[in-house]
Design a protein around this ligand. Structure first.
Ligand SMILES: O=C(O)CCC(=O)C(=O)O
Ligand SMILES: [Fe+2]
Length: 217
């Protein structure tokens, strides 16, 4: 018989924090699914391992990445793009598990976007010190769909700005189970992650895991 310590606990209360028009943080939205989601990440990683990709400018990214879905986001000296095949394995990326798509769709709905059918899940692993500089997610053919981002493990400071790199940014700490949804007039907002501070999390040890769901076409 399996015994789940948390089986009888009430799901945690979801707290909404509006960041900007079309952009919201849903605190704890996927917290109760952490173990199942991280198990799915582990099975993706077995098939398509984490790797440090190279930017078009020739720098290795500090964040290690992999993908699941019909396409995966990749970068190398040739540029940023979506690719049907994992360049490391030469094979298609593993599929997005139904639980992951379902939760991403529900989060998008809570964010006010009811038309979302994700076909890419980019998985980021931030070791201590890893960061993601301010950028726009703009490699998707269709930017009418939102981005849904789920965070696990070590906390990180998420920066969320405006449509220009020079716009001021809001900072918010994302912790395990938090989901950020941005779309509509905020879809092309600049955002990033400050270097992850040293720490230990019992579910992810010395790293942060982030999943961003996208519908690229
Ligand atoms: O790690 C995060 O919270 C954001 C990730 C991100 O912006 C991206 O993968 O494009
Ligand atoms: Fe991004």
């Amino acid at each position: 018989m399996t015994f789940d310590l948390f089986e009888h606990l009430e799901p945690p209360e979801v707290v909404r924090e509006e960041l900007a028009p079309g952009a919201v943080v849903l605190r704890h939205f996927v917290l109760q699914h952490t173990k199942a989601i991280l198990a799915q990440v582990a099975s993706v990683v077995e098939y398509s391992p984490f790797r440090h990709m190279t930017t078009p400018g020739g720098y290795d990214m500090s964040v290690a990445m992999t993908n699941c879905g019909d396409y995966g986001w990749v970068t190398d000296r040739q540029g940023y793009r979506y690719s049907r095949k994992d360049p490391l394995t030469g094979k298609p990326w593993p599929p997005i598990a139904p639980l992951l798509s379902q939760l991403a769709i529900e989060a998008a709905e809570q964010g006010g976007f009811s038309n979302f059918q994700p076909n890419v899940c980019l998985i980021n692993r931030h070791a201590i010190g890893a960061k993601m500089s301010l950028h726009q997610d703009k490699d998707e053919k269709n930017v009418n769909y939102p981005i849904v981002s789920m965070s696990f493990g070590l906390p990180a400071v998420f920066q969320f700005g405006g449509l220009f790199r020079s716009d001021s940014v809001q900072k918010c700490v994302l912790t395990q189970g938090d989901v950020v949804v941005w779309g509509g007039v905020s879809r092309l907002a600049y955002h990033g992650i400050l270097p992850v501070k040293a720490g230990y999390h019992s579910d992810t040890q010395d790293c942060r895991i982030n999943l961003t769901f996208r519908q690229v076409d």
